[in-house]
Design a protein around this ligand. Structure first.
Ligand code: WT7
Length: 658
């Protein structure tokens, strides 16, 4: 537990003793989708409970066995079942007579640019895109990379892939060409779907050039399908590039879908781990869709006839997959999808959208909430947000101040806030209050959802008593669990299942309070959480070391008021580089952006002469974090040379920050 920030621990332990709870509103509790009996039902017959949740999907062939766990940690759920994820998200709703229902109210960033897409229209477009992918030579089992802005075609492409059984790998548009190339290569994606660009922060940003550059780094990609979104000029290679409007528009809106095995791969989502190489998290069809649909329905108390739901995540992250695409569509939800940033063209844009579409359920990240708090209460006060009935939070621990502000200022003190803990690996929400059941405490994710078995354990894997801290684990398999890491079963076993037999190690520290409720504290490994985005210290260190002027680098996540954590790097320059020149800090920050993406840019880079190391040569990141957070430097007795910390502190005092 030494890796946790002391400040964070302190804040949490102070607040955990505060006796503040918010009970569910009576009217919500009276009609809630999930009630307290669900906990008992799931506890009495866990697999029976999951089988019941699986009934919310349409199956071409029913499963024979709910779970095959004979070869852990390799799970098979709903063995023998057959289904199609796209059929479940689109066709069946049209067949049920909901073709005219809006699936997405899409809002472009430039004001006035909107589009409502009904389920019937979505079905036609998904079929056309599926036919187009087939024409490009994509076959069942082939991987398709998606590098797109937040536009309807992104959802259409994901569903088209699912429809033909070609696992997609969506790469966040903020990642660099290098990051895109390594993901394409790792899963051998021969077709890439992209756009000329998208709108962010009031301007058109480019995407296609990164795909072009990624193509020069390996020879995996055969075809690139390009949506025209902004009209900006793009380089064109006739042998590879195809316009979406040329190829997709001419396709038939009919496509007979095939039904795949429950365990057919649905998608690969790359996420940072503790080494430099991102992990390809593999999700398969049935279990994933069951998990996403069940939690979206239960945790958000979704009433498809009346709710208007909005999750602000980017589709490039798992939240966008489970809670903008698969969960909501499987549940026949009407959702809002917004292309741009919250401050464009003004800082009230999100609240204006909530007012305009009468959003009832809103799901966002603590980092955004803290930003709005900074911008001031007078901005949301200008809008009528009385339609809201449930608020959600995800991505990092939500500090109680932000929780209360969110509930009061955005939710008008009426709305429950569900603080949902989960991960790319878990596929769906694992720990969260239920809005109609839980008496929630600000800052706590509370209890595992019915069907999930979570615990906090000590170094030996023993459950800790209430009032103590330890490591967060999941003790039973769940349907939406990752099945493996793409092409790396060994790393899958080693990373998640090797610490304690039979338990999934999440990589988070947590505490159980006196009532046994769970407070997630943050990562206990070399993974940082910046604005709810997962970044690996090692990956950023490797990026820095690949710069010709850098000899050595150490990266830590320091507490940051807005982004949760921020990247702080300590760099030793090569002697041939001298002092690195006047722009060295900018040069290194830009280099990290080029290697990984702008989200990984260090907030601060300190050029130092030495790094604190243990006798065995391990960098003592804890001490570096102390310096970065301006705290008294902790215990240095295990340092090989304890004077090093004084040098670092001097360096920190004079370092350049921008
Ligand atoms: C890590 C997973 C899953 C959605 C987005 C992030 C942290 C996530 C919470 C929460 C405290 C949280 C954890 C987790 N995290 N939600 N409600 N409270 N911490 O997905 O990139 O896979 O990151 O985000 O540290 O391990 P991800």
């Amino acid at each position: 537990m030494t890796q946790q920030s002391d400040a964070q621990n302190q804040t949490l332990s102070n607040l955990m003793h505060e006796e503040r709870r918010f009970d569910p509103p009576a009217d919500l509790a009276a009609q809630a989708n999930l009630t307290a009996t669900a906990y008992d039902e799931a506890a009495a017959d866990r697999l029976g409970f999951w089988a019941k949740q699986a009934e919310r999907l349409s199956w071409a062939t029913r499963w024979d066995e709910v779970l095959d766990w004979s070869n852990p940690p390799f799970a098979q759920w709903f063995v023998g079942g057959k289904l199609n994820a796209a059929y479940n998200c689109v066709d069946r709703h049209v067949e049920a007579g909901a073709g005219d229902k809006v699936a997405f109210h899409w809002v472009g960033e430039p004001e006035g640019e909107t589009r409502d897409i009904t389920y019937a229209q979505l079905k036609d477009e998904v079929c056309q895109a599926a036919n187009a992918l087939v024409e490009l030579g994509v076959k069942t089992g082939d991987r398709v990379a998606i590098y797109m802005p937040m536009i309807p075609e992104t959802v259409v492409t994901m569903l088209a892939c699912a429809r033909i059984g070609a696992p997609h790998t969506v790469v966040f548009g903020g990642f660099s060409a290098d990051a895109l190339a390594s993901r394409i290569e790792d899963c051998d994606a021969q077709v890439v779907v992209t756009a000329d660009g998208g709108y962010r922060r009031g301007a058109a940003s480019a995407l296609k050039p990164a795909v072009d550059e990624a193509r020069t780094k390996n020879s995996v990609v055969r075809k690139v399908l390009v949506v025209r979104r902004t009209g900006q000029e793009v380089a064109w290679d006739d042998s590879v590039d195809v316009w979406w409007h040329d190829l997709v528009a001419k396709q038939s809106t009919e496509h007979a879908c095939e039904f795949f095995d429950a365990e057919h791969p649905l998608y690969v989502m790359y996420t940072s781990g503790t080494t430099g190489k991102p992990k390809g998290i593999l999700h398969t069809t049935a279990g994933y869709l069951v998990g996403a649909a069940y939690t979206h329905w239960g945790v958000f108390d979704l009433k498809p006839e009346t709710d208007v739901y909005w999750c602000t995540a980017d589709i490039g992250w798992v939240t966008g997959h489970s809670y903008m695409v698969y969960g909501p569509l499987a549940n026949q939800t009407t959702s809002v999808m917004y292309e741009g940033t919250p401050d464009s063209p003004h800082q009230g844009r999100w609240w204006e959208i909530i007012e305009q579409y009468k959003v009832t359920i809103f799901y966002t990240a603590p980092t955004a909430i803290r930003t709005f708090m900074k911008w001031g209460d007078e901005i949301p006060a200008k809008y009528d947000m009385s339609s809201l009935r449930i608020l959600g939070s995800v991505g990092e621990p939500i500090n109680p101040e932000a929780y209360v502000w969110y509930r009061e200022t955005i939710g008008g003190s009426r709305t429950p806030v569900v603080d949902t803990w989960w991960q790319t690996e878990t596929g769906a929400i694992m720990i969260s209050p239920l809005p109609g059941v839980t008496s929630a405490k600000p800052g706590s994710a509370m209890t595992p959802v019915p069907g999930v078995v979570a615990d906090v354990v000590d170094d030996d894997g023993n459950s800790v008593p209430d009032g103590s801290g330890g490591y967060l684990v999941l003790k039973e398999p769940w349907p939406s669990m990752l099945r493996t890491l793409w092409g790396d079963d060994e790393r899958f076993k080693e990373t998640y299942w090797s610490r304690w037999p039979g338990m999934y190690f999440a990589g988070d520290g947590a505490k159980k309070d006196e009532d046994g409720d769970i407070w997630v504290l943050g990562r206990v490994d070399d993974v940082m959480n910046v604005s709810g985005h997962r970044l690996s210290t090692t990956e950023i260190e490797s990026a820095l070391v690949s710069h010709p002027k850098v000899a050595e680098a150490a990266v830590v996540g320091a507490t940051d008021e807005t982004t949760g954590q921020a990247v702080v790097a300590y760099v030793i320059l090569r002697s041939a580089a001298g002092d690195g020149g006047p722009d060295i800090v900018k040069e290194l920050r830009d280099h990290v952006a080029k290697e990984i993406g702008a989200i990984a840019k260090p907030r601060q880079i300190m050029i130092v002469a030495e790094l604190p190391k243990t006798r065995s040569g391990k960098i003592m990141r804890r001490l570096l974090r102390d310096v970065a957070e301006n705290r008294t430097v902790g215990d240095v007795t295990t340092l090989a040379d304890s004077t090093v910390m004084d040098l670092i502190k001097e360096g920190a005092a004079t370092s350049t920050e921008d």
